[in-house]
Design a protein around this ligand. Structure first.
Ligand SMILES: [Zn+2]
Length: 262
């Protein structure tokens, strides 16, 4: 993706794109909401050209759909589509993680630990787009480490279809849970325990799918975008309370900073 030289126009475009992304993430803009160019231009006091650039960027990220007849709308990934994507991921990733347990080198395990440190940072900072991207990338990074570009490409596509849904429907609690499960998976890889790694990965994908929830609220473009500038983005989602062990999360000790620093 070519990145334009920094300019006032580019930063205005980015600000609009970020605001709409955050509104989607915070569920103030629900799937299917029409994104009228003129209304957005009025809210941000910019030209429609800049708004169109922001919408094009969001369309490339698959967060919105652009159709000549209907204009721009927040994308509507269906839960049924999500179910099918998770089924495909389950088949693919069980085989992938089994290979990873025997083939990953110590340096690659260390890379995964570094990725986990970035994940927990984003989770703690309530950086919703960041944590969504990093939690998804974890799976693609493992595929890439196996050196199979076809597998990595397929998984990247499947994971990004899940990401849009996770971005919209994943809670802070569920994101933190995903992080703990990633740590347990890397622990199993480090021990070269293929059976545990497969079991943990399948349980993880099952949990992520189960924790996504639809929230049927009424969309309203103007009221969703107007609060920008005044509203702290993380206020609604901040949640740093520690959590204890559960039967599904058998390795909470791994989530300590000390264990991560290995
Ligand atoms: Zn995951």
């Amino acid at each position: 993706m070519p990145s334009p030289a920094p300019s006032p126009e580019a930063s205005a475009t980015q600000r609009i794109a970020d605001s709409i992304t955050t509104a989607i993430v915070e569920r103030r803009l629900m799937p299917g909401t029409k994104l009228a160019e003129q209304k957005i231009a009025d809210v941000f006091k910019v030209s429609r050209t800049l708004v169109r650039q922001a919408l094009n960027q969001l369309s490339r990220d698959k967060l919105i759909t652009l159709e000549a007849a209907r204009g721009a709308r927040v994308a509507e990934p269906s839960i049924e589509e999500a179910r099918q994507v998770f089924e495909a991921r389950n088949l693919l990733e069980a085989a992938m993680i089994k290979r990873a347990a025997t083939e990953l080198r110590p340096a690659q395990i260390a890379e995964l630990r570094a990725h986990l440190r970035a994940e927990i940072q984003a989770v703690k900072n309530s950086d919703v787009p960041g944590r969504t991207r990093l939690l998804a990338d974890f799976h693609v990074v493992i595929a890439r480490m196996l050196g199979n570009k076809v597998l990595a490409g397929m998984l990247g596509d499947l994971v990004s279809r899940c990401s849009l849904i996770a971005l919209m429907y994943q809670s802070a609690h569920s994101a933190e849970h995903s992080f703990d499960e990633h740590v347990a998976i890397v622990d199993a890889l480090e021990k070269r325990d293929a059976r545990a790694a497969v079991r943990l990965m399948q349980a993880h994908l099952h949990n992520v799918e189960r924790n996504l929830q639809l929230d049927p609220r009424t969309p309203d473009l103007e009221s969703a975008l107007l609060p920008f500038g005044a509203l702290p983005l993380e206020a609604a989602t901040r949640r740093l309370a520690p959590r204890g062990a559960s039967p599904r999360n058998p390795a909470p000790r791994s989530a300590t900073p000390r264990a991560l620093a290995r």
